[in-house]
Design a protein around this ligand. Structure first.
Ligand SMILES: Cc1ncc(COP(=O)(O)O)c(C=O)c1O
Length: 453
């Protein structure tokens, strides 16, 4: 079966009802810039979507949503708007190289600017020297190395929890925690904007998933009141929301979960290293003892420039995960270079607190600049800055305009964000210089909805 590629533009969505005026203005201005011109994006599919007017669909993927997806990709490539998966030829950082040209990077999670930090690279190399490149086993059997234990102690100390356990990714950590601790019959109340891995962990457990309105304690209480105490309830939220940059209302979440005898999981993937006076995360941000949270999960691939994830909490809970969670018992231990880099990064975070100060300064500077240009950046209070355009197409065209100006800022569209709220999700880092942010702002200024430039 082959799917035709000439059907319209599936990336264009109607504006969401009630979308703010400035959102619509940004969208129409971006759309008025015409089809993506300039240098062609590299084709990550080696001509699959461009060689012919039809592409083969094997029976395995011959389904309506695959047709729609492939039509979208084909349209994006034809319009020179498909800018995902562009291969970088060097390290990520404030500036990157792609196709022989340097770009200002505004879409990387390297919040503290630690990728390439000599002490962290040396930590990875030393771990290879001591343990080699792989563990040769799952953690429960032969795959535990001394450096795992050292890292887990350092993580627990930094977060302020009794204990911590590492996994191969933040995604796997959430599957491990939720997939193991919840059961059919349990209820998982998830913030509507919570990360996909939290939803997938609850699906793995077979728990009933009940989303509540984003950061809305009244809506959460309405659901808790309808389920508790007949069911075991767990509330799961992001500490800092990855697509919006706002922070969860932790004090209210702790209070309400206590009152309803529910459990609380906070995913600190984007909060670790960025939130709080010492980068301890959301509990540090609010000045709360992290021991008040039942489970903390997170990633070692964002402010900590390695790879891997973790679950932190009480020792007994983690001892249970060590024997039952599939991601721990049936998957090889975190590779030593990742453990070594993560351990070194925790030390650097402590030794170089000025990075966090610079991160906050940069986030404010870019945020204020975008606001003064009239862009809609939602409710962010962190280094994650969403530039909300509304329609998918306007996000693609804005990203293309920035790319032509030498800035990489990638679009995020539904289902990763709600329909009608497509955006460029910017991440500012401590490594951006004032000049870098000025350059980004002048690129945005030429399409500013306020029309000032
Ligand atoms: C909130 C949140 N949790 C978990 C993850 C997954 O982390 P990892 O990339 O380490 O798998 C992400 C990734 O972006 C995230 O944003």
């Amino acid at each position: 079966m082959r799917t035709r590629l000439d059907s319209g533009n599936p990336l264009t969505e109607a504006e969401a009802p009630g979308a703010m005026n400035k959102t619509s203005t940004a969208a129409s201005l971006a759309e008025s810039s015409g089809a993506g011109g300039g240098e062609r994006y590299m084709d990550p599919f080696a001509g699959l979507f461009t060689a012919a007017s039809t592409i083969p669909l094997q029976p395995l993927i011959d389904r309506p949503h695959v047709h729609r997806l492939f039509e979208s990709i084909s349209w994006g490539q034809a319009e020179n708007l498909y800018g995902y998966q562009q291969p970088l030829t060097g390290m990520s950082g404030p500036w990157v190289e792609r196709g022989g040209r340097r770009f200002l990077m505004l879409s990387a999670y390297d919040y503290l600017g630690l990728i390439g930090h000599p002490a962290i690279s040396a930590g990875a190399v030393a771990a290879i020297g001591q343990h080699g490149t792989g563990t040769g086993g799952v953690r429960l059997l032969s795959g535990t190395a001394a450096i795992h234990l050292e890292l887990e102690r350092a993580l627990a100390e930094h977060l302020g929890t009794e204990s911590a356990l590492t996994f191969n990714s933040g995604y796997a950590a959430n599957l491990a925690a939720l997939g193991t601790l919840l059961e059919p019959g349990d209820v998982a109340l998830l913030d509507a904007y919570a990360h996909r891995s939290l939803y997938d962990g609850c699906r793995l457990a077979g728990a009933k998933i009940q989303p509540f309105a984003h950061n809305d304690i009244v809506d959460l209480e309405r659901h808790l009141a309808s389920f508790s105490p007949a069911h075991r309830c767990l509330v799961a939220v992001d500490g800092v929301y990855s697509m919006d940059g706002d922070v969860c209302p932790l004090p209210a979440l702790i209070e309400i979960t206590r009152r309803y005898k529910a459990f609380l999981l906070v995913d600190e993937a984007h909060a670790l290293g960025t939130a709080g006076a010492r980068g301890g995360g959301t509990a540090d941000h609010y000045g709360i003892d992290a021991g008040e949270i039942d489970l903390i999960t997170g990633s070692l691939s964002k402010a900590i420039p390695a790879g891997g994830g973790f679950v932190a909490g009480r020792r007994a809970t983690l001892a249970y995960l060590q024997h039952v969670s599939g991601a721990y018992v049936y998957s090889a231990g975190l590779p030593p270079p990742c453990a070594g880099a993560a351990l070194a990064a925790i030390r650097v975070m402590k030794q170089e607190p000025e990075r966090l100060v610079r991160l906050k300064y940069n986030a404010d500077r870019l945020k204020n600049g975008l606001l003064s240009l009239g862009f809609d950046i939602g409710q962010t209070s962190t280094p994650i800055l969403p530039v909300i355009t509304g329609s998918n197409e306007s996000a693609y065209r804005l990203a293309r305009h920035l790319f032509d100006a030498g800035v990489i800022a990638l679009p995020v569209i539904p289902p990763a964000v709600p329909r009608g709220t497509a955006r460029l999700r910017l991440c500012v880092t401590a490594a951006h210089a004032d000049d870098d942010l000025d350059m980004a702002l002048s690129a945005f200024a030429s399409l500013a909805p306020s029309g000032r430039c």
